[in-house]
Write a new protein. Structure first.
Length: 134
């Protein structure tokens, strides 16, 4: 009995190791970092309603790939992802949220003078966050 339990545990460990999602998580991180960087660049270049529209358009173009990659990894993060990769994902999310907060702070006065820009920015951030929900 003890031998069977040990063999089963060993088999599951090998199976899970063979199904590592680290590469998928890294691909998601690359896509997320690129999308966030593009959003920030568009807003910094033009912190008006038109600039937020450009940022939204850039996000919309990347959203299908982000959603697909996220859906592929979201259930695996606790099981099939190494500790280092999980930490890398957490850092990426933290850094991307920081970048979005900083772009809004840098451009707060300009966006505040354009009510549409503020509304559109809030909508973009809500959509951005909903894309990665569990």
């Amino acid at each position: 009995m003890r031998k069977t339990v040990t063999l089963t545990a060993l088999s599951l460990s090998v199976l899970l190791a063979g199904c590592s999602k680290d590469a998928d998580v890294n691909a998601f991180i690359t896509e997320l970092d690129g999308a966030t960087k593009e959003i920030v660049e568009k807003i910094d270049a033009n912190p008006s309603s038109a600039g937020i529209d450009a940022a939204q358009k850039a996000f919309d173009a990347r959203k299908p790939q982000l959603t697909e990659k996220w859906n592929n990894i979201k259930g695996a993060v606790g099981v099939q992802v190494s500790g280092d990769t999980k930490k890398k994902l957490e850092e990426s999310v933290k850094n991307n949220m920081k970048a979005l907060t900083e772009v809004s702070m840098r451009n707060m006065l300009k966006m505040a003078s354009d009510k549409e820009a503020t509304i559109k920015f809030q909508r973009l951030m809500t959509e951005y966050g909903k894309t990665f929900q569990l």
